[in-house]
Design a protein around this ligand. Structure first.
Ligand code: COA
Ligand code: AMP
Length: 630
């Protein structure tokens, strides 16, 4: 069947479609039905099933006689290390870790925060939690102690599993002091921590509170897989919204298993035994779905890559990894290719490697600009597939379904909605707009299996953030259009979320930090176009009356403050001092207009602007830091 038939199949009988897909999962008790809609507009899937994620990701493959197959390849150019872990070895390691956690009191439903770099132990920690039915929440290593503390207070974990350090090309990231700082800041205190000591930095452990990863496993009984209900959360993953308070996206166990297994073939054209590589980080949703869970559930081999697209050691790293490990489908962010292209525009390093295993490249995380796609297509000679998704959905909303039927690639479009998603472009009144017209992108409810059923500790916020603007729809927060052929185009966010180097960040969160500086009376943060990172944050500061200090000093201080409070990943490096911010007469800051000025784009003078002269002042200020060039 081709894409059109499969999509129609789903539309005609969603219940039958997902019950069919569910057959690829090993259930302790199979679901009696797929959709549970009693609480509409809140929906859940496969609720009455009993199942275990870790069993489906590891044990079932070992029991089927595939224990010798490689589950994970750890490739770390940053430490010059490569190793392989088979499914059978992974089972032993994860069962032992889970047993040790259980011996310390971690049981079904307890939360466990994981704060680790790109090492296989991070995936093992996730799987060990899933084995017990404990709910993990992975926090990206580039976040500061304060952000970690916010997540500790929201998730109230029984334990935190961390590594002693992470490794960035220019520095060692001292995880343990960050972790200690976060626990000090947090109101909730976890019962204990588990620390994986890396050779590059051994952390000091507090007796009776911090347990050594290996030491605490000594002599414990390995844990078996604990069955959980279909709607039991397998994890919580925090993501940026409009304010500084991150939203805890809940991932339900059964839908997650079914959807990921389905997409491994339908989207990525991967079969059991194939090598799949998502060059992301376990701290992001891509890392959850397609480094840790998807490939393993599907019986494939996944690569845990600890390095960067450039500088570890050079712009040929991607090609070396693909060729060394026989990668079939490769997934990265456009920003990573832009970084490679900047260092090796002619793709000369590609020629040093045999890339015959590589069949398809996938891009996501931000809009894939046509130049980057063309560059990759020309140099790699394989299809380069943009696909669009969000932390909330956990898997692609729109993609070229390469495992169903490769469709023609249209540059600038992540192609077509996948089965499960009825995507509509709506005007402000919630009516569908004609093909080719821009509008808010919304998905008709229910969302498919694996997508978020709600937000952790915040049921009202879930409804107000996603289900209220367009009743009967999920509001994606993205704007764009659908063309005559049904291809989607994702053009911009409709909220304060920006995308910096494929990382989703909240300008509202940065504004909250800037506003805390003693000299700042008012501020705004916008995302301006950046040739490498897609977008870069720029801050505007109005200082308190009477502040006579050197403006450059204040700017340096706020830059330091964002790094300290949010983390280096915010990449907040630029700010300017201005007398006033442009606002509407009702006091709303005209951030969109400021973005247009910064990017040197034409814009319509907002009819409700309070004082148009301020826009000239903004332009002059932006020119001092290299933007707003005309
Ligand atoms: N732990 C600690 N710090 C981290 C980190 C981590 N896991 N990841 C990034 N950082 C730090 C970086 O060291 C950098 O710090 P610096 O200001 O001291 O230099 C800062 O956060 C900003 O990082 P980043 O925006 O990633 O910039 P970069 O210059 O280090 O790298 C790219 C640029 C494009 C190479 C890189 O962003 C990249 O590979 N992006 C792809 C992202 C991706 O895969 N996203 C997932 C979606 S698919
Ligand atoms: P995240 O939750 O971090 O995955 O970020 C999701 C957001 O990133 C989306 O809502 C989009 O704004 C953006 N995004 C992700 N993939 C794409 C894509 N292929 N094209 C355009 N924007 C994308």
């Amino acid at each position: 069947m081709g894409y059109t038939e499969v999509y129609q199949d789903w539309k005609d009988d969603p219940e039958g479609f997902w019950m069919d897909a569910a057959q690829s999962i090993d259930w302790v008790k199979p679901p009696s039905k797929a959709l549970f809609d009693e609480n509409a507009p809140l929906y859940e899937w496969f609720v009455d099933a009993q199942v275990n994620t870790c069993y489906n990701a590891i044990d079932r493959h070992v029991e089927a006689g595939n224990g010798g197959r490689t589950a994970l390849i750890y490739d770390s150019p940053i430490t010059d290390h490569i190793s392989k872990i088979s499914y059978a070895e992974l089972q032993t390691r994860v069962a032992a870790l889970a047993g040790a956690l259980r011996a310390k009191g971690v049981t079904k439903g307890d939360r466990v925060i994981i704060y680790m770099p790109m090492i296989p132990q991070a995936v093992e920690a996730m799987l060990a939690c899933a084995r017990l039915g404990a709910v993990h929440s992975v926090v990206f290593g580039g976040f500061a102690a304060n952000e970690l503390a916010v997540r500790i207070d929201d998730a109230t974990p029984k334990a935190i599993i961390a590594a002693s350090c992470g490794l960035e090309p220019n520095r060692v990231v001292h995880y343990k002091p960050l972790l200690d700082g976060a626990i000090d800041l947090a109101t909730h205190k976890p019962d204990f921590t588990v620390i994986y000591q890396r050779d590059q930095e051994v952390a000091a452990l507090k007796d009776g509170y911090d347990f050594d990863w290996h030491g605490f496993q000594f002599g414990v009984e390995p844990a078996e897989c604990v069955p959980v209900a279909g709607n039991h959360p397998v994890y919580i993953l925090y993501t940026s919204g409009t304010t500084g308070a991150p939203k805890g996206v809940i991932r339900p166990t059964a839908g997650h298993l079914v959807a990921l297994d389905y997409t491994m073939k339908a989207v990525y054209d991967i079969d059991a035994g194939d090598v799949f590589w998502a060059a992301s980080d376990v701290g992001w949703v891509v890392g959850h779905s397609y480094i840790a869970y998807g490939p393993l559930i599907h019986g494939a081999t996944s690569i845990v890559f600890e390095g960067k697209p450039v500088g570890t050691p050079d712009a040929g790293t991607f090609w070396r990894v693909i060729s060394d490990h026989g990668v079939k489908s490769f997934f990265t962010a456009p920003t990573a290719f832009r970084a490679v292209k900047r260092e090796d525009p002619e793709g000369l390093l590609i020629k040093d490697y045999d890339l015959s295993s590589l069949k398809i490249v996938y891009l996501a995380g931000e809009r894939a600009d046509p130049d980057t796609i063309i560059w990759a297509q020309d140099h790699l000679n394989v299809p380069v597939i943009d696909h669009w998704w969000q932390t909330e959905t956990g898997w692609a909303i729109a993609a070229n379904p390469m495992g169903i039927e490769p469709l023609p690639v249209k540059l600038g479009s992540p192609s077509v909605p996948l089965p499960g998603y009825d995507v509509q472009v709506l005007d402000e009144g919630g009516h569908s707009v004609p093909a080719g017209d821009m509008g808010a992108i919304a998905i008709k409810l229910p969302l498919p299996p694996g997508t978020l059923p709600g937000l952790w500790n915040a049921p009202e916020l879930f409804i107000s953030s996603y289900l209220t603007t367009f009743p009967g729809y999920y509001e994606t927060g993205d704007a764009g259009m659908i063309d005559e052929d049904g291809y989607l185009y994702i053009m911009a966010r409709t909220d304060d979320v920006i995308n910096v180097a494929g990382h989703r960040l909240s300008t509202g969160g940065m504004e909250e930090v800037l506003a805390h500086h003693a000299d700042v009376a008012e501020c705004a943060v916008i995302g301006v176009a950046d040739a490498l990172k897609g977008q870069a944050p720029v801050g505007f500061l109005c200082l308190n009356a009477g502040v006579t200090r050197d403006h450059a000093k204040v700017v340096r201080e706020v830059v330091g403050l964002v790094r300290e409070k949010i983390g280096p990943v915010a990449a907040f490096k630029l700010a300017v001092v201005v007398d006033r911010l442009p606002k509407t007469r009702s006091g709303k800051i005209l951030r969109g207009t400021m973005v247009s000025i910064a990017d040197g784009k034409d814009f319509k003078m907002p009819a409700t602007i309070d004082d148009p002269v301020i826009l000239d002042e903004i332009k002059v200020a932006l020119q001092t830091i290299g933007f707003a060039q005309t």
